[in-house]
Structure formats: structure tokens, C-alpha cells
Design a protein around this ligand. Structure first.
Ligand code: NAD
Length: 443
């Protein structure tokens, strides 16, 4: 099938590369010329394991191409996936201006039947707006109706860091559409994945995505709240989570206490869902509390650091990890970046190391805290980050932080103190090796 992907970011690029890998012809479009120029040279501007090889391989086979020209790419395709960003506006409301602009561009480029698929995460009823926007252009005579079109919702559930695996082996694929033709096309497209498929109406599909992300955020805030109770009582959150998670009704995933969730999806999707509920006349207070607990978790971490170093002002803190999760260079809404800003505000100096996200962090922190450029050193590895520090904090659970030479690390530190914001170390072992160690919910 000929597929057009509009918005070649984390989701669009993975989706485009994976569909090409399944044998389709894929035309990826983005308004960011720099990104497209880089992709045309086979250079992937984000870090996602296995993606660059897949992009290059499919470009070579002539199945994957990149351009800034929506019109030509839409004309050549039957299925159009909209994968543009849907960021939060100041009010928490999702900003759908890019999506609307794209819908208008698609409408102007229709030369035959098109199936327009929302893959971006959008509020319920967006599908109706897309349809109405295109219909209005036809009704006004601005565009001659050629071949007709359908709209479908096909939300994406991939996780950065394991995006290709998640795309190729999804727990489920959700297809929302009111059209038999659209349903048939999408079932055919996804057939090679042999995955469970939920077919429903557009609004239900849109809600499935927001409800899923809100539920996962809730699970994280729940276990973080329990970790505070563990801290206050001397219980161990790891054991509590294990005991809870063995109940199949609860499950083990997303029951890991830490510094709270971040990234480009959960915080924004939570805000969006709260906002959508408000608009519909329902106060989703449960989700407001999820958000509040998540934000407080960063204060919990700062408090733990001050328990080890007393006054943060003037101290040097070694930071392990800058990305919002391991195996990605994405620092959008990254809790480590927020925590560094909080440490700056308290007068700390930072030595930071991340395997992939250092450059993006450098640019972002220089923009957000222009006066603090001299207060942070970006280090070449974990040992370099530990040099002369009063305390180490683990903020992202990259695998390489789990397998360090702790005797060497201890020698490099000014004070052998660790705040483990991701609970990756064993408290007993750390104690035996002579570290003062504080985890999350593991006193
Ligand atoms: P992104 O910012 O990485 O990519 C969006 C791309 O759209 C950018 O490259 C941008 O230049 C492009 N774009 C914006 N306006 C455009 C326009 N008018 N024409 C052409 N291109 C345009 O965002 P992302 O992380 O890929 O997320 C995209 C959507 O998918 C969001 O709605 C997000 O919530 C959802 N989503 C993201 C993830 C994830 O893990 N990142 C997972 C599931 C769903």
C-alpha cells in the first residue's frame, strides 16, 4: 500500500519505517526542513534503538522516502497518517493547530479516495472536527470533491526506547472508524503483525488512548504515594510492589516507585484528559491528584538529597541520567531536568552524565537557566560525573548505571552518598560497600 506519514517525529518516523519494513511504500513528510534534510542523508535525528538501520535499509530498497511536500506525498498515497505533535497549551488544553493545518493541506491535495488516520494523541471528537474541516472546504467550493475520504482513529501506544518492538509486537491495535471501507483497509495493513485488534467507533478509540495513559500515570503516582508511606514506616516499596503485582488483577508493570513520570506523553495527556472532562462538565479530581502526587515526588527527592548533604547550597551533586527514561535521548518534560533546576535554585553545582541525552540537555538547560552555564559540567561517563561530588543521584535507570565498579566510584566521590531515585541498587549491598544510601520508599 502507499502510505503518507505527516509529522516525522518519534511516532511518525517509527511508524513510517516499520510500515516500509512490512513492504509498503511510505512517504514521510515534515515541515521541519532540517529534519528532512538529515533523514534524506540517512541520518536519524533522534536516538531510538534499531531505527537508523531500519530507515537506511528501507531507503535503499526504495520503500521509504522523505520530503517537506505534503501535497505530492498525499497525492501518491491512499492512507494518510497524521502524526504531528499535540502539545499542551498554557491552560492544559491540547494545542491542535498543527493537526488542523494538516487536515486542510490534505483536503487541498486530494486527487482520489483517501483514508485519513489520526495517530497523534487527540481529544475525543477530534475525528469529527477533521471530517467537518475537510467537508467545509468541499462545501465552500474551495476544493472539488474527488474520490471521497474516510477518517479513522488509530492511536499509538509505542514507548520510546522500545518503539520498534512495540510497533511490531503490540499488545493491541485500536482501530476506530464508522466506515467499512476504512476498517477493511486498516485490517489489511496491520494483518502481517498478527496482533489482537480492537475495532470500534472513532470516539471510543480516541478515549482509549487518553484513558490508557491516564491509568498508567495513576499507577505510577499510586506506587509513589505508597513509597512515601513505606519511607515513613520502614517498609520496603520493592517488596510491597512485588507482593501487589503478583495479583494478576494488578500486575507488576508501572509499579516502580521513583521520581515521577515525565516525557512528551503522560504529563500532556493527563492535562488534556482533565481538560476534556472539564469541558464535558465532569471534574476528574482523581487525575488532578495523580498530577499533584507526581509533582510532589520531585520534592521528595530533593528532601532526600538534603538528608545526606544537609545544606544543598555550595554542594556538588553528581547526576546519573538526564533523559526521562532509559534508551532514549528525549528530555521533553524530563524529571531529571526539573530536578537539576531545583538544585540550581538551591545553589548546587552539578556534574551530569547521560549516555545519549547530554547534548539536548545542554541546549535546554542553557535556554532555561542562562545564568547557570558554569554551574553544570557534562561528563564523559559515570565515573567522571562522580569526581569530587558530595552526593550522587540516580535519575534515569540506564542499564550502564547498574553495572559500575562501586569501589572505584566510592574513591572518586568526596562523600560516598547516593540517592537512588530509581531504586536500581540493593540497599544492603550499598551499605556493605560503605555508601550512605537512600532509595525511594526503602529506608
Ligand atoms: P514529535 O514532536 O517528535 O514529532 C512531531 C513532528 O510533527 C515534528 O517533527 C514536527 O516538525 C512535525 N510537524 C508539526 N507540524 C507539522 C505540519 N504542519 N506539517 C508537517 N509536519 C509537522 O512528536 P511525537 O513524540 O512523535 O508525537 C506525535 C504525536 O504522537 C503526539 O500526539 C503524541 O502525543 C503521540 N504519541 C507519542 C508517543 C511518544 O512516545 N513520543 C507515543 C504515542 C503517541
Amino acid at each position: 500500500m502507499n502510505i503518507c506519514i505527516i509529522g516525522t517525529g518519534y511516532v511518525g518516523l517509527v511508524t513510517g519505517a516499520c510500515f516500509a519494513d512490512l513492504g509498503n511504500r511510505v512517504f514521510c513528510v515534515d515541515s521541519d526542513r532540517k529534519k528532512i534534510d538529515s533523514l534524506k542523508r540517512g541520518v536519524v535525528p533522534i536516538y531510538e534503538p534499531g531505527l537508523e538501520e531500519m530507515v537506511r535499509g528501507n531507503m535503499k530498497k526504495g520503500r521509504l522516502s522523505f520530503s517537506t511536500n505534503i501535497k505530492e506525498s498525499v497525492k501518491k498515497s491512499t492512507i494518510i497518517f497524521i502524526c504531528v505533535g499535540t502539545p499542551s497549551a498554557e491552560s492544559g488544553e491540547p494545542d491542535l493547530t498543527a493537526l488542523e493545518a494538516v487536515a486542510r493541506e490534505i483536503a487541498k491535495s486530494m486527487n482520489s479516495y483517501k483514508l485519513i488516520v489520526e495517530k497523534s494523541t487527540v481529544p475525543v471528537e477530534t475525528g469529527e472536527w477533521v471530517k467537518r474541516t475537510i467537508d467545509t472546504l468541499f462545501a465552500s467550493g474551495a476544493k472539488k470533491r474527488e474520490g471521497g475520504f474516510d477518517v479513522a482513529s488509530n492511536p499509538e501506544f509505542l514507548r520510546e526506547g522500545s518503539a520498534i518492538k512495540d510497533f511490531k509486537h503490540p499488545d493491541r491495535i485500536v482501530i476506530g472508524t464508522g466506515s467499512e471501507k476504512a476498517k477493511k483497509i486498516l485490517l489489511e495493513l496491520y494483518k502481517p503483525l498478527k496482533a489482537p485488534i480492537v475495532v470500534t467507533d472513532i470516539k471510543s478509540a480516541e478515549i482509549i488512548k487518553h484513558a490508557s495513559n491516564s491509568f498508567l500515570s495513576m499507577k505510577i503516582s499510586f506506587i509513589n504515594a505508597i513509597s512515601v508511606v513505606c519511607d515513613k514506616t520502614g517498609a520496603d516499596i520493592k517488596k510491597v510492589a512485588r507482593g501487589m503485582g503478583m495479583d494478576k488483577r494488578i500486575g507488576t508493570s508501572f509499579l516502580e516507585a521513583g521520581i515521577g513520570f515525565g516525557g512528551s506523553c503522560f504529563p500532556k495527556d493527563l492535562d488534556a484528559f482533565i481538560h476534556i472532562a472539564d469541558r464535558l462538565g465532569y471534574n476528574f479530581s482523581l487525575l488532578r491528584e495523580v498530577k499533584k502526587i507526581n509533582s510532589e515526588q520531585k520534592n521528595v527527592l530533593i528532601h532526600k538529597i538534603s538528608q545526606l548533604v544537609w545544606n544543598i547550597a555550595g554542594k556538588t551533586i553528581g547526576v546519573f541520567g538526564l533523559s526521562f527514561k532509559p534508551d532514549t535521548d528525549d528530555i521533553r518534560n524530563s524529571p531529571p531536568i526539573d530536578i537539576i533546576r531545583m538544585l540550581f535554585a538551591r545553589g548546587a553545582k552539578i556534574r551530569a552524565y547521560d549516555p545519549k541525552a547530554a547534548q539536548k540537555s545542554r541546549d535546554t538547560l542553557a535556554r532555561l537557566c542562562p545564568g547557570k552555564k558554569k554551574e553544570i559540567v557534562y561528563c564523559k561517563d559515570a565515573y567522571d560525573a562522580a569526581k569530587g561530588c558530595d552526593c550522587l543521584v540516580v535519575l534515569t535507570d540506564w542499564n550502564e548505571f547498574k553495572e559500575l565498579d562501586f569501589a572505584k566510584l566510592k574513591k572518586l566521590l568526596k562523600n560516598p552518598a547516593i540517592v537512588d531515585g530509581r531504586n536500581i541498587y540493593d540497599p544492603e549491598m550499598m551499605k556493605k560497600m560503605g555508601f550512605t544510601y537512600i532509595g525511594i520508599g526503602r529506608r
